[in-house]
Each structure stands twice: as structure tokens, then as C-alpha cells.
Design a protein around this ligand. Sequence first.
Ligand code: NAD
Length: 331
Amino acid sequence: MQLTVYSAKPFDREFFARENEAFGHDLTFLEPRLTAETAPLAAGAGAVCPFVNDSVDAAALEVLAEVGTKLIALRSAGFNHVDLAAADRLGLTVVRVPAYSPHAVAEHTIALILSLNRKIPRARDRIREGNFALDGLMGFDLHGKTAGVIGTGKIGAVVARILLGFGCHVLAADTEPDKALLAEDVEYVAADELASRSDLVTLHCPLTPDTRHLVDAAFLDRMKPGAMLINTSRGALIDTRAVIDALKTRRLGSLGIDVYEEEADLFFEDHSSDPLTDDVFARLLTFPNVLVTGHQAFFTREAVTAIARTTLQNVTDFERTGRCSNAVRRN
Ligand code: NAD
């Protein structure tokens, strides 16, 4: 099947080309993001492969349907960026990669927690300048602390188990508690109670209309003073302006994020020669207790291999049967 891959980076070309040897699809790699304006570039391709910051909105889907696309093969787990109602209306099938490596994202989450707590970026900079003073580098033992995990699906469950391994008491909030985690001494509570009892809160639920700005001013007020907040899920789970206020008053102890509400105009590109025009993001970067990575939690060899393989398998399944077990259904 002809597959047009949008937002293609050199690593996409490398991993997709290698995995495609077993599938034999006809791949076209395009650097631009998918938008209504770039959608005509997919003309003739039965399948289109967008990434997380592509605009898979009604306008783009209408153009894709017009130029003959039948399948939207997302190379991501999240599908909050897709207008599923428009896809349904246009007869387009949307498939995704529901699981590639929960370990990749979970381990990056732990990297943010440890780096923030033990001030690793600051320590590295100091040592390079010959400054071996310890002032300002004090952290805390994770052992014995209470960690709150919101969303204990594939990624959150791995995070919870790693935190149990550190000797944390793990609280969880999820609409569907995980029985295995309950048996491992994870305590399920409401999100409000989790906020008020946790020394660190980490977000692993999907972005939906219900979870948008889950962490708002009220949630931050409920959090323990000085607690840590981590988000490797989707940027809009957090009201960034409210978080900035909580950092300014020192109510929030530290923030580690791999995702940002307005990341689509920033992440995955080299903007090092451009003025930073997003004042909210610029303000975030001024805090010494904020650590930002650019949506790289998924970025391991194992995860990128699995993303390419599952995406190509999804295309094959759809081509052969008109169906795919990884289809995204509208609730
Ligand atoms: P998953 O579907 O396995 O788990 C999500 C969990 O959230 C489920 O258990 C669900 O019941 C729970 N949930 C839903 N609504 C909730 C709510 N209102 N409150 C509490 N829990 C709720 O998904 P996953 O594979 O673990 O991925 C989680 C998220 O991580 C994805 O939605 C995606 O946005 C994000 N993600 C980020 C990266 C990255 O590179 N930063 C990579 C992959 C996934």
C-alpha cells in the first residue's frame, strides 16, 4: 500500500525503511507537518501516517478523503489530535500504536524525577565551571515518600512499580483500578486525595475533554507545599499559567515536563537561531526547579522499532481485510 509519512525525521526514515523490508509497502517521507495545506501532498496514497503534533483536524481529513486516502495510521498511542467524528463522517479508518514500549516513557519519567530531585543538570553545569560547592544541590530520599500516579494504564503501571521499588508508598487515581497493582500495595484514591497526600505527582492518563487542565489552580492548591509535579503524558493536562503562579509562590516545589500545551509550534525542530515568541514557555524556562524535555520520552531504539513495525502491520491488516485490531473507536 502507498503510505505517506508526515513530519518525517531521519530516524523515521531509518527505522521505517528497515522494518518495511518485511512488509513491502511503498513509503513516501515528507518533512512538513500534516495540515489542510499539506494534505494534497498525499494524493494517491491510500494511507497517511501522522505524528503527535500533526493537525489531523476536520479540514485536513476532508482534503485527505478527497485525494483518495482511506487509512490514517497514527504512529503514536495518543489520538487526542484527531477529529474522530470527522474521520467517521468521511469514512476514514484511524489506527494507532496502542503499546510500543511503556518502559521507554516510564523510564524517562523516572529520569525527570531523579534529575530534578538531585539537581543533575545544575550539578553538571557547575562541575564544568570548576565549581564543586554543594549549596543548592540538596535533594530528598525517594524512599519512604508518597508518590501519586494519575492513570495506571500501561505506562502508569510501570512507573508505579518502579516507584514501589524505590520504597515509595504509591497512591493511584484511575477510573479503572488495576487489580494487580492493588495486590502490590498500590492504594487507589480520588485525584483530590492523591494531590493532598503525595510528595510527587506524575500524570499518565490520556488527554480528553475530562482531563484537560486536570492540574489547575485548585489542584495545585490541594498539593502538598513543595511537592514535585511530572507530566510525560500530554501538555494540556496541565494549566501552564496556573503552574507558573504556583512556582512563583514556591507552592509547587519542582516541575518536570516532556510535553507542553503549545508544543506543536516548538518541539521536534531546531529553533536555536530564532527568538522565542512563546512568553509562557519562556517564563517556565526561567525557573531553576523546572526541567523540560522536548517530547522525547518515547525515544528509545526499542520503542521506535516497535512503532514502525506496528504501524506497518496496521497498514497490512487494513489492506488485506479492511479492518485492524488497533482501530481507534469513537466513544
Ligand atoms: P493507557 O490507555 O494504557 O492508560 C491510560 C490510563 O488512564 C487508563 O488506565 C485509563 O483508565 C486512565 N484514565 C483515563 N481517564 C482518567 C482520568 N480522568 N483520571 C485518571 N485516570 C484516567 O495509556 P498509556 O499507554 O499508559 O499512555 C498514557 C498516556 O501517555 C497517553 O495517553 C499519551 O498521551 C502519553 N504518552 C506520551 C509519550 C511521550 O513520548 N511523552 C509516549 C507515549 C504515550
